[in-house]
Ligand binder design. Structure first.
Ligand code: PLP
Length: 852
C-alpha cells in the first residue's frame, strides 16, 4: 500500500478534466493520475472516457459512482489498459496522500488562517523571505478542501520552507486541512464576519479555525482581537501546552511585541529589540498584514532594522487579478502579472484555452523564480506545458529562460531583459493573436502590457468572471443537480459581453444558451461556443428568409411561437433536407436526452415551443396545442426539444396567485403536448426571480438571466450574489466655479455654493442615462458620493466634488459594488435590466478574475 501511495504521490494530480488539453503531450498525460470527484454540480466520473481518449491511464474512482445507472463498470471495462483504483472518496484519498507527502518534508511549514488577509500575508512573506528560503506556497488562494492538498502537492525536497493557507466555511472542515498542512508555525490573521452563516457562533468559528494549530510549535496572532485571544487561552493552551505564543498589539494590549504607527513609520519593540521601519502601505488592513509578516520574520531568525527595511522596500501590492483586455492589432491580451510559478502558469494556460479557442496563441513569459526545482527539470516542464497547450509562439524574457532555449520550439524568441524585448521586438507583426503575458515581479511586465494594450478612452465596464461563476453556482445550488440550466445571453449578455461570458459558461458546462436574434448566435459560434443555443426571434422579418438558412448553417435552434412560424420553418426544413440535415456535431442537444433520448438525433431538427400562459406576448395559447401536435405528427423531421413559458410577475408577491395559475396552465399544456407527441420535451418556466421565489416550479430546466449578472431581482436573498459589472470612468478636468454660476447646457446646473466641479469622460452616448443629470444621480469618487450637476451631455458629465478628495485623472465608479445598479435604476424609475443593457458598445469591456 505504501509503495502504491508513493507512486501516486510522484504523479501529476488532475482533478478537473479541463486541465488536460486534447492531444496533450505524452509527457503530461503519462505522468498523471485523474481523481474523479463527485461534487454538487459535477461528477468527475462522467469525464473518464474523455480523459482516456486524451491518454490518461490511471484513475482514482469512487465505488458509489460505479454502481449504475449509468453502468460505469461496463464502460470502464472497455478501457482495458487503464488502471482504476477504487476508493470510498476520491477527495479524501487525495487529502490522505497529501498528508503523507507532507510527513516526508522536514523543514518548517507556515500555516495561515483567519477571516481576511491570508493570501496577502502569504504572498508578502514569499516576497520578503525570497533571499533566505526556497519556498513552496499555495497558488493564488488555493485554501479549500481540494485546494490545500493540491497546494501541498507542490512541495519537493528542494524547498526549505512551505507557506500554505487554509480557509473554511463550515464547522468541522479544519481537521482535514490540519492533517495536510501540519504547520510548525501558525499565523491567525484576524476574525471577521465572512462565513458567519456556516457556524453557530463567532466563538465556534474561532475555535474551528484554531484547530489548524493543534500540533504547531508556535502561533502568531494579534491580541487586539480580544475574542481570538480568549479562545487561544481557553482552548489551544489546553490541547497544546508546549506551544509558544508570539503576539503583537497596536493598541497597547498585553503582547510580545508592541507596535505604534505614526504617518508611515512603524515602530515595533519586543524581546528581540526595537525596530523602526518605513512602511510602503498605511491603510489599516495593510498595516495588520505587514505586522504579521514582520513578527513572523523576527520569529524565524534575527534581523537588523536595516535588513528588514531592505526587504520591506521590495513589497508590492498583491493583485490576484488576471485580466483579459483588447490588445493592439486585433489581439486579445491576457495579463497575469500576479505571480510566475509553474502552477500559476498552468492556471493561466487553462484560462487561455477556456477563453479563446480560435486565435493564434502567443505566450510571453519571464524567468520562473523560486521553483525549488533544478533548472533543467523546471524548463523542461515549462516547455512541455507550452507545447501541450498548443502555443504557436513562445517568447522568453530573462537570462535563465534564455539559456534553456532547447526546451522550446524552434520559432521561439528569447530576450535577456524586458528593455531589450521592448526595444527589439517587431510589434507590428503581432496580429490576430491571443497573448498571455506572465512575468515575475522584477521583470516589470506591466511595461509590456502597457505597450500591447489597446488604449481605451476613459470609460470601461469591468466584468468580474469569478463573481459570474459564484452567481451561477448560487442558482445551480438552488435548483439542484436534476434541473438543467439555460442561460440567457441575449442583448450582449445583458451588456456584459456575450462571447466572453458564453465561453465561461461553456467552461462551466451549462446546458443551454439563449439569444434574442440569430446574429447573436452566429457571433457565439464564431467564438468557438458549441453549446446548444436557442434563438427567441428566429425571423428577422418576413422578407428575410435568409435568417432560416443562418439558423441551419450555425446549428441555432428556433423558438417557435405561432402556427405561421411553425409552418414556415417546417417547409424550409423539408425543402432543405437534401443538402445536409441538422449537423452531426455535439450541439444536437444531448441535454434534452435526460428525459427522453432522441431516437435518431442527427436526423432531427430541434425546436423550442413557446406557450403563452398569460404574458400575451409571443406563444401558443393552450387551445392551439392540438393543432400544433397534429402538424408536428405529420412532420416527423421536427423535434420539440423543449417547451416553455414565462411568468409575468415572478419577482412580485402581489402576482403570486397569477404565477400559480400560469404554472397550472403550463402543466396542462405540456401534458396535452406530451400525450399527443408520444415523447416528453424538456419543460422550463422560471427566470432568475422565479428560481428564488418559486423553486418548486423548476421542472426540468430553468432560464437564468439577470441573476447571473449579479442582480437579485426578487429581493429575497440580496446578499447571496456578487457584483459582476463595474462601470468606471475618469475625471478629465477639475475647476472651481463660483456660487451663482451655472454648469452645462441650458444653464440647468445653478450653483448655490463655490464648488469644485469635475468633468467625467462619460455621457448618455456611453449609456449614462440623461435622466441622472441635475443631482438625480450620484457617482463614487475615492469613497465619497458626489452628485451630478447640470444636464448629462453626450460624452461628458459634470459632478460636484467639493466634498470629495479628487484629482484630475482619478477613477470614478458609476455603478458597481459601491453603487448598486438597483439604486441607479430606482433613482430614474426604471429597472436594472435597462441600466445594464444600456451601456453602449463603445465602452470597452475588461474581463478579470481573482480567484482560481
Ligand atoms: C430574458 C428572459 C429570461 C431571463 O429573465 P431574467 O429576469 O433576466 O432572469 C427568461 N426567459 C425569457 C423568455 C426571457 O426572454
Amino acid at each position: 500500500m505504501i509503495t502504491k501511495d508513493n507512486q501516486l504521490i510522484t504523479k501529476q494530480w488532475i482533478t478537473d478534466s479541463r486541465q488536460v488539453t486534447a492531444g496533450g503531450g505524452d509527457g503530461q498525460v503519462a505522468d498523471s493520475v485523474f481523481f474523479a470527484i463527485q461534487g454538487d454540480h459535477h461528477d468527475g466520473h462522467a469525464f473518464i472516457g474523455e480523459l482516456y481518449q486524451k491518454g490518461i491511464r490511471q484513475f482514482v474512482v469512487e465505488r458509489s459512482a460505479l454502481t449504475g445507472p449509468p453502468d460505469r463498470r461496463e464502460e470502464l471495462a472497455r478501457y482495458a489498459d487503464a488502471q482504476f483504483i477504487e476508493v470510498d472518496s476520491s477527495l479524501q484519498t487525495l487529502q490522505t496522500l497529501a498528508a503523507q507527502q507532507r510527513r516526508q518534508f522536514h523543514n518548517p511549514i507556515i500555516g495561515i488562517t483567519g477571516s481576511n488577509g491570508k493570501t496577502i500575508v502569504k504572498e508578502w512573506l514569499v516576497q520578503l523571505l525570497a533571499d533566505e528560503f526556497v519556498i513552496a506556497k499555495s497558488p493564488k488562494s488555493y485554501n479549500s478542501q481540494l485546494g490545500v492538498p493540491l497546494s501541498v502537492h507542490t512541495l519537493t525536497k528542494n524547498h526549505t520552507l512551505g507557506i500554505f493557507e487554509a480557509g473554511i466555511s463550515k464547522a468541522h472542515e479544519m481537521q482535514a486541512l490540519e492533517a495536510i498542512i501540519r504547520p510548525t508555525l501558525g499565523i491567525f490573521t484576524n476574525i471577521g464576519t465572512a462565513h458567519d452563516e456556516g457556524f453557530r457562533t463567532r466563538k465556534q468559528k474561532i475555535a474551528e479555525k484554531l484547530r489548524l494549530f493543534i500540533h504547531a510549535k508556535t502561533l502568531i496572532y494579534c491580541t487586539d482581537y480580544a475574542e481570538v485571544d480568549d479562545e487561544v487561552n481557553l482552548l489551544l493552551k489546553a490541547v497544546n501546552p508546549d506551544m509558544r505564543f508570539i503576539t503583537w498589539s497596536l493598541t497597547g494590549k498585553a503582547a510580545t511585541y508592541q507596535a505604534t504607527l505614526a504617518q508611515n513609520h512603524l515602530t515595533i519593540s519586543g524581546p528581540t529589540g526595537m525596530y523602526r521601519l518605513q512602511v510602503p502601505f498605511t491603510d489599516p488592513a495593510s498595516i495588520e498584514n505587514l505586522l504579521h509578516c514582520v513578527v513572523t520574520m523576527l520569529t524565524l531568525r534575527s534581523w537588523s532594522s536595516e535588513d528588514l527595511q531592505i526587504r520591506l522596500n521590495r513589497l508590492r501590492p498583491v493583485s490576484m487579478r488576471l485580466e483579459q483586455k483588447e490588445g493592439i492589432n486585433n489581439c486579445v491580451l491576457i495579463d497575469d502579472s500576479y505571480n510566475n510559478d509553474v502552477v500559476g502558469l498552468q492556471l493561466a494556460l487553462r484560462f487561455l484555452n477556456q477563453q479563446n479557442t480560435r486565435n493564434r496563441r502567443v505566450v510571453i513569459l519571464s524567468d520562473v523564480l523560486q521553483s525549488g526545482q533544478p533548472e533543467a527539470d523546471l524548463y523542461e516542464q515549462v516547455g512541455e506545458l507550452i507545447r501541450s497547450n498548443h502555443v504557436e509562439q513562445f517568447i522568453g524574457i530573462g537570462p535563465v529562460v534564455s539559456r534553456n532555449a532547447q526546451w522550446f520550439a524552434g520559432n521561439s524568441l528569447f530576450y535577456s531583459t524586458t528593455e531589450e524585448f521592448l526595444g527589439q521586438f517587431p510589434f507590428s507583426d503581432l496580429r490576430d493573436s491571443t497573448l498571455l503575458v506572465k512575468g515575475a515581479r522584477p521583470f516589470s511586465f506591466e511595461r509590456i502590457v502597457h505597450r500591447l494594450e489597446r488604449k481605451v478612452h476613459g470609460t470601461v465596464l469591468e466584468i468580474n468572471l469569478d463573481a459570474l461563476t459564484h452567481n451561477l453556482n448560487y442558482y445551480r445550488e438552488k435548483v439542484g443537480a436534476d434541473t438543467k440550466i439555460m442561460v440567457m445571453v441575449k442583448a450582449f449578455a445583458y451588456g456584459s459581453g456575450s462571447a466572453e461570458v458564453a465561453q465561461l459558461l461553456q467552461f462551466h458546462r451549462v446546458d443551454y444558451l439563449a439569444v434574442a436574434y440569430a446574429d447573436e448566435g452566429v457571433v457565439l459560434r464564431q467564438h468557438g461556443v458549441d453549446l446548444p443555443i436557442m434563438v427567441m426571434n428566429p425571423t428577422g422579418s418576413p422578407d428575410r428568409p435568409e435568417t432560416f438558412a443562418t439558423l441551419l448553417e450555425y446549428k441555432l435552434e428556433p423558438e417557435i411561437y405561432s402556427m405561421r412560424l411553425l409552418r414556415e420553418w417546417g417547409r424550409f426544413v423539408e425543402e432543405g433536407k437534401g443538402h445536409g440535415a441538422w449537423g452531426e456535431g455535439a450541439s444536437t442537444p444531448a441535454s434534452s436526452s435526460l428525459t427522453t433520448p432522441y431516437p435518431t438525433p442527427h436526423a432531427l431538427y430541434p425546436l423550442h415551443l413557446k406557450i403563452d400562459t398569460g404574458m400575451h406576448r409571443l406563444g401558443f395559447l393552450e387551445e392551439e396545442i392540438p393543432e400544433v401536435v397534429a402538424y408536428l405528427n405529420q412532420h416527423p423531421l421536427l423535434r420539440v426539444s423543449t417547451v416553455f413559458s414565462h411568468l409575468v410577475g415572478a419577482d412580485e408577491a402581489q402576482f403570486n396567485s397569477f404565477s400559480q395559475q400560469q404554472y397550472d396552465t403550463f402543466l396542462r399544456s405540456t401534458a396535452t403536448l406530451e400525450t399527443g407527441l408520444g415523447y416528453r420535451p424538456t419543460r422550463h418556466l422560471l427566470n432568475s426571480a422565479g428560481i428564488v421565489r418559486f423553486t418548486d416550479y423548476r421542472l426540468d430546466m430553468v432560464r437564468l438571466g439577470i441573476g447571473l449578472y449579479g442582480v437579485e431581482a426578487s429581493g429575497i436573498d440580496p446578499n447571496s450574489l456578487q457584483t459582476v459589472g463595474t462601470l468606471r470612468t475618469v475625471i478629465s478636468q477639475i475647476k472651481t466655479v463660483q456660487a451663482g454660476e451655472s454648469v452645462g447646457y441650458s444653464r440647468r446646473g445653478w450653483l448655490d455654493h463655490d464648488a469644485r466641479i469635475a468633468t467625467l469622460a462619460i455621457g448618455y452616448a456611453d449609456g449614462y442615462d440623461r435622466r441622472l443629470g441635475n443631482g438625480v444621480g450620484e457617482v463614487w469618487v475615492n469613497g465619497t458620493r458626489c452628485p451630478t450637476v447640470g444636464n448629462v451631455c453626450m460624452d461628458m458629465t459634470m459632478i460636484d466634488v467639493t466634498q470629495a478628495s479628487a484629482s484630475e485623472g482619478d477613477e470614478v465608479v458609476i455603478f458597481g459594488r459601491e453603487l448598486p445598479i438597483i439604486e441607479l435604476a430606482q433613482r430614474i424609475g426604471t429597472i436594472p435590466y435597462e441600466i445594464l443593457t444600456g451601456v453602449s458598445e463603445r465602452v470597452k469591456r475588461v474581463f478579470f478574475k481573482e480567484g482560481n
